[in-house]
Design a protein around this ligand. Structure first.
Ligand code: GLC
Length: 560
């Protein structure tokens, strides 16, 4: 299972790829697997250990591919199964493993089994794989319960029945997300059997792991009771953190552990997406024999304050030591760190609206803080995830017009929440040109415009511009990942807080920890410069460090 006692995923740096926005090989304006494959050299130079691909399966794309109509296929827009095989093989040649997304909570309403359920009668075995229920009130006009969709509105949609009584409004089905994403009923034995096959299918193709979508949500209380009062993310809930999850995850762990190494020494992993309010909620997920890993969303939710970061780090370390719950400051669901840190407070569903209202203010501050946060992230014990474009310091794109928006959250809230498109805008590879090099080839007159509009100044963030600038964010990430590989104190292990004597945790804005042997991280979250802690040498800094002091919004890696 391990390579000389070292389990690869315990300290891996994993790069999240949103395939439709990474690189477009065929010039249709939509990123694809051949595009990713041709950019593997970039990822190897960056120094990542693995890539996690968000869904590339056949999908109507109502929720960016998290509406899957065939779990064992490839959407023709993104490539073919031969491209997956080629990607896994080429990635291995670059020492990069591939993790794919598993979406077990729901499928697409275009999935053949859901279509069969719609065509079948109430009470049929086809409907029993999902949650079809009669409505409440006269004529069944009210949804069966009061659960909200995570994207806004009700979690129920009413179907039209065509039966012996003609065509008429009929039962309702449950979807915790979009109408186009019906929830599976995991108590129906067909469902776990289907997913065992899906897991085997991808592991057989040589992927190193699975990222489990909505891992906190897939079992529901069979009585589907109304929600009462408030229902924070950690509270017992009819559809979150159900005890039935753990036996299921133990069975998946057994499948993972039964697989031989895939072109690499070491075990296959699975990492659950588990949202929570208090870290203790992760406890059951981290019991031995369950999912190897779950995301640690402490830092993604933390505001730019030393005490908040320290609290988040302490809470997570107390539970996991960092290796089973990788650190992360951004992903395809959350506003980009370079923009988020323009605000002092942590991430909330209102963040994108607040950023839109902020206009151009504070942009430089946000960018500086994101660079500093990256050095904190990559110095922490354990494993870390980087979301594509973070290494370029990409800001959240706030100027996307309603006509260009794609996120169901935008539509289901009548525009109240702008949604997540702003962190999914295609990557700029070159300074100029249509799509800033996003498309590698042209069709006819030139490549099609990228599927989400890029801002006019996108070229300054491009890989081309940043490779030419030794102080760029890209070069900071490359240097940090190189050092992280080479420095004996980085990767797995522990940390010791080394805030200045007499100061409380994170007081004065300095966050400082030491790792053995001989490494210190210092980050200044405050408004004024602070003296650097005693050290021998500055190994790396997120901004200029001169005269022995650390400027605001700057972090440094020091040798002790
Ligand atoms: C997860 C995904 C998100 C998706 C949702 C529903 O939270 O990360 O992008 O919309 O699940 O599948």
């Amino acid at each position: 299972m391990s390579d000389g006692g070292h389990v690869w995923w315990e300290d891996a740096v994993v790069y999240e790829v949103y395939p439709r926005s990474f690189a477009d090989a065929d010039g249709d304006g939509v990123g694809d697997l051949p595009g990713l494959r041709s950019r593997l050299g970039y990822l190897a130079d960056l120094g990542v250990d693995a890539v996690w691909l968000t869904p590339f399966y056949p999908s109507p794309l109502a929720d960016g591919g998290y509406d899957v109509s065939d779990y064992c296929g490839v959407d023709p827009l993104l490539g073919t199964m031969a491209d997956v095989d080629g990607l896994v093989k080429d990635a291995a040649a670059h020492q990069i493993r591939v993790i794919v997304d598993l979406v077990p909570n729901h499928c697409s309403s275009a999935h053949p089994l859901f279509r069969a359920a719609l065509a079948a009668a109430p009470g049929s075995p086809e409907r029993a794989r999902f949650f079809f229920r009669d409505g409440r009130g006269p004529g069944g006009e009210q949804p069966p319960n009061n659960w909200p969709s995570q994207f806004g509105g009700s979690a129920w949609t009413r179907v039209t029945e065509a039966d012996g009584q003609g065509v008429h409004p009929g039962q309702w089905y449950l979807h915790l997300y979009d109408t186009s994403q019906p929830d599976w009923d995991w108590r129906n034995p067909d469902v776990p059997a289907l997913f065992e096959d899906v897991i085997g299918f991808w592991l057989d193709r040589g992927v190193a792991g699975l990222r489990v979508d909505v891992a906190h949500g897939i079992f529901k209380d069979p009585d589907l009771p109304d929600l009462t009062g408030s229902h924070p993310l950690n509270a017992p809930s009819p559809y979150r953190h159900r005890p039935e999850l753990q036996p299921l995850y133990r069975s998946w762990r057994a499948i993972l552990d039964s697989y031989p190494a895939a072109g690499f020494p070491g075990a296959r992993t699975a990492i659950g997406e588990v949202w929570y309010d208090v870290p203790e909620t992760l406890g059951p997920y981290l019991e031995p024999g369950g999912l190897p890993q779950v995301f640690n969303f402490e830092l993604i939710l933390a505001g730019w304050r030393a005490a908040e970061f320290r609290g988040a780090i302490d809470a997570a370390l107390a539970l996991t030591g960092g290796s089973r719950a990788p650190w992360v400051i951004g992903n395809h669901d959350v506003a980009r760190p370079a923009s988020r840190y323009r605000l002092d407070e942590g991430f909330t569903p209102q963040t994108v609206s607040r950023l839109i209202a902020l206009g151009d203010q504070n942009a430089e501050t946000g960018a500086r803080r994101a660079r500093a946060a990256a050095l904190v992230l990559l110095a922490l014990p354990g494993s870390a995830y980087i979301y594509q474009g973070e290494e370029l310091g990409l800001p959240e794109v706030t100027e996307i017009g309603a006509e260009a928006r794609q996120d169901p959250r935008f539509f289901r809230t009548g525009g109240e929440y702008p949604g997540r498109d702003g962190c999914r805008v295609p990557i700029p590879w070159s300074r100029t040109g249509t799509g800033f090099g996003f498309s590698l080839t042209s069709q006819g007159d030139g490549p099609a415009a990228p599927w989400l509009p890029q801002p006019a100044q996108w070229g300054r963030y491009s890989v081309e511009s940043q490779l030419a600038d030794e102080h760029s964010t890209l070069n900071l990430y490359r240097a940090a990942l190189r050092l992280r590989r080479d420095h004996p104190a980085l990767g797995p292990g522990t940390l010791r807080w080394a805030d200045r004597e007499g100061a409380g945790p994170g007081d004065g804005g300095l966050l400082c920890f030491a790792r053995e042997p001989g490494f210190i991280l210092a980050a200044n979250f405050g408004p004024a410069p602070v003296p650097l802690p005693a050290h021998r040498e500055v190994l790396l800094a997120s901004g200029p460090v001169t005269g022995g002091s650390l400027p605001p919004d700057t972090a440094a890696w020091l040798s002790a």
